[in-house]
Ligand binder design. Structure first.
Ligand SMILES: Nc1nc2c(ncn2[C@@H]2O[C@H](COP(=O)(O)OP(=O)(O)O)[C@@H](O)[C@H]2O)c(=O)[nH]1
Ligand SMILES: [Mg+2]
Length: 389
């Protein structure tokens, strides 16, 4: 293969001691009309001195795998298709599988619809080598980049909002990354730690940047192109998945989880008060109304913590078991609080207000610890160790 690309301005090949080889990972879902063009562009972009292989991780229901195999015949580099019968983890899961299958020093992840220009592959790797970076992000939001290909004001607004929210939630971890939503990036294989490879993350760059510490980060501007053919698989459902992903990443530490638990608990006052209002308006005596309305708050809290805080810790207990335990803890909290306040006032001579505040804080911590330990405690370590042995 000859050298097709002119060297990038300001980028001296001699500066790169020994350009690492690159595995290009492309997740595909029904992209048959884009494959030939994509492989042709990669062939034109990657110079001979940069050893390259392409791994498609495919969840298609159309003939994409056959199209890839046929088109691969004309490629000067190895092309592999990992077709997954069961698309575990969707797009994020596909990228993780590709990363695991990659053997080169550098891994470039890019979409299969030609929205990410393959001409940038050598520059991403060269920038990483030069900057001694573990991660190089192709960014739409630095000078020289643009999001021209984001179809419509709605998509632009959603993308901008998601970027802002993500940066606000992870100011330190995403320092130096202007485009954490980018699906186009290069990562050094040694910078990917195995524990990070959870097939849950939908936005895999975010997952990598937050969970693993890829070391130094560099960015290269890119113009987000129009999709060449076919249609986007982005849906509102993916949007919700993204929000759950954010919540999961943000509450990975116990302290952050406790804060989330408190915020969710506070939000439970709304259904509680609405229920109380409705029941008393219907003529229910206020005592049973209080008790019933409180259950509404409990149900609300349960739904939210299941979705946002303990999503990946639900598997070892049935839903009704979890709900029962959670409701028991929440109601025990109420029953405990009054005698606790009485104790603090009567025995320790505290004022009613500080005693109430302290009792609230104590029962809150107890409820959080109880919920972690009694409802969502992960499987015993022993069983995993036994399996590994
Ligand atoms: N393997 C796999 N690839 C997917 C899946 N969903 C989307 N993709 C691919 O991910 C890339 C980005 O998806 P796309 O629909 O273009 O999203 P958009 O650019 O945000 O509109 C494309 O190459 C898709 O074919 C999936 O469930 N599995
Ligand atoms: Mg796309």
């Amino acid at each position: 293969m000859s050298e097709h690309t002119a060297p990038t301005p300001g980028l001296d090949a001699a500066e790169i001691a020994e350009p690492g080889a690159v595995t290009v990972v492309v997740p595909t879902f029904n992209e048959s009309a884009n494959i030939r063009r994509l492989l042709r562009l990669i062939t034109e972009s990657v110079p001979a001195r940069l050893p390259c292989e392409v791994v498609f991780v495919d969840d298609s229901t159309d003939d994409t795998p056959e199209v890839i195999r046929a088109a691969a015949q004309d490629c000067p580099f190895p092309v592999a298709v990992l077709h997954r019968a069961e698309p575990v983890g969707g797009l994020g899961g596909a990228v993780v599988e590709g990363i695991k299958a990659a053997t080169s020093e550098w891994i470039v992840v890019m979409d299969g619809d030609c929205q990410h220009p393959p001409s940038l592959i050598p520059e991403l790797v060269a920038t990483g080598e030069r900057a001694n970076a573990g991660l190089v992000v192709a960014s739409r939001y630095i000078e020289g980049g643009s999001r021209a290909g984001l179809a419509g004001g709605y998509r632009v607004t959603v993308s901008r909002g998601a970027t802002w929210l993500t940066k606000a939630l992870f100011p330190r971890r995403l320092h130096g990354i202007s485009d954490p939503m980018s699906g186009f990036f290069a990562i050094r294989r040694s910078a990917v730690s195995a524990e990070v490879l959870k097939p849950l993350g939908y936005k895999i760059l975010l997952e990598l940047a937050v969970r693993s510490r890829p070391g130094r980060v560099a960015e290269v501007p890119f113009v987000f192109q129009d999709r060449f053919a076919g249609e986007s698989k982005s849906t509102a459902q993916e949007g919700f998945r993204f929000l759950r992903h954010l919540a999961g990443l943000r509450t990975a530490s116990p302290v952050a989880r406790m804060v989330g638990f408190g915020l969710i608990g506070a939000s439970g006052f709304v259904p509680n008060l609405v229920g109380l209002w409705a029941l008393t308006a219907l003529g229910t005596h206020y005592v049973p109304a209080e008790i019933l309305a409180n259950q509404l708050g409990v149900a609300w809290n349960f739904l939210l913590i299941e979705q946002l805080l303990f999503r990946d810790r639900r598997a070892h207990r049935r839903r009704w078991d979890r709900l029962g335990r959670f409701a028991l803890l929440a109601n025990a909290d109420l029953v405990l609080r009054i005698p606790l306040i009485a104790l603090l006032v009567g025995r320790f001579g505290m004022g009613a207000l500080p005693a109430t505040a302290l009792a609230l804080a104590m029962t809150f911590v107890l409820r959080f610890v109880g919920t972690e330990a009694l409802v969502y405690l992960p499987r015993r370590r022993g069983s995993r160790a036994r399996r590994a042995a």
